[in-house]
Design a protein around this ligand. Structure first.
Ligand code: NDP
Length: 253
């Protein structure tokens, strides 16, 4: 099982916590060189030091993915340091549910800027590198994080769900286009996962709903979603799992 990702250059957004952080640890442990992208530089640097102590190769890149120039600069650094990225986990996101009538325009904008525009900035910056890696004969994967909220209808999640529906549909279209060039494109749609994500919620109704859910069933751990990323990336070249839904066993929808 070890070193299944030797020779791969992985780029992970949202790598300072939760799903991205655990994916960085897992992929580095499997032999990939891992670039960790997020805004909290010190957290990333601490994590890189831990990965290096464990024998892995990693770099910390302080990036705001809502800023195309910031993402482009990170892409240039990766290319210059390690060559083209061959595994991009486009994962940074924020969830700020609330009643639409509360008119929280700032929260709508934050979700759209990060979950839609941020995903596009990363896509634009790294697809050329994935194509280059594939042309060099290296397995190339673009893996996007959507959510179960991208499929189901939940009151109070309209903006978040719409941003994630964008990610899921974008993925399906890009796969049809990039598969012919040997770049696999996948989307992961997790159910509730224990991370910092829920800590940003401001709506009391949603906080209560989450607290009630936590009493009823065990949430996924970020490690569980990281394992899905690894599984997608180690498939034989002919296999592209396009869409993976991973749910806590006790979560109905
Ligand atoms: P976390 O809040 O733990 O992680 C979010 C990550 O995104 C952090 O590393 C944060 O780092 C980074 N981030 C936030 N804003 C920016 C920005 N502007 N530029 C760069 N990085 C940014 O949440 P999760 O790990 O749970 O979330 C990861 C993904 O999984 C998200 O897309 C989320 O929507 C999705 N998801 C999560 C579920 C859950 O229940 N947890 C369920 C379904 C999907 P920093 O603050 O340092 O920038």
């Amino acid at each position: 099982m070890e070193n299944q990702l030797n020779g791969r250059v992985a780029v992970i957004t949202g790598a300072s916590s939760g799903i991205g952080l655990h994916t960085a640890r897992l992929l580095a442990g499997q032999g990939a060189k891992v670039a960790l992208l997020a805004r909290r530089k010190e957290t990333l640097e601490r994590e890189v030091a831990d990965i290096e102590r464990a024998g892995g190769i990693a770099m910390a890149l302080a990036v705001d993915v809502t800023d195309q120039a910031s993402v482009d600069a990170a892409a240039a650094t990766v290319l210059q340091t390690w060559g083209p990225a061959s595994l991009v986990f486009n994962n940074a996101g924020v969830m700020l549910p609330g009643a639409i009538e509360e008119d929280k325009r700032g929260e709508s904008t934050r979700q759209i800027d990060l979950n839609v525009q941020g995903v596009m900035h990363v896509t634009h910056a790294f697809v050329p590198q994935l194509l280059q890696a594939a042309a060099n004969g290296v397995q190339a994967d673009l893996i996007n994080t959507s959510s179960i909220a991208g499929q189901y209808i939940y009151p109070y999640f309209s903006v978040y769900s719409a941003t994630k529906a964008f990610v899921s549909h974008l993925t399906r279209h890009m796969r049809a286009e990039l598969g012919a060039k040997n770049v696999r494109v996948s989307v992961i749609e997790p159910g509730i996962t224990s991370t910092e994500l829920q800590g940003h919620v401001t709506s009391q109704g949603v906080k209560d709903w989450l607290a009630d859910a936590a009493q009823k069933y065990e949430f996924l751990k970020p490690e569980d979603v990281a394992e899905v990323v690894r599984f997608l990336a180690v498939q034989p070249p002919r296999v592209n799992l396009m869409q993976v839904v991973v749910m806590p066993t006790g979560q109905a929808t």
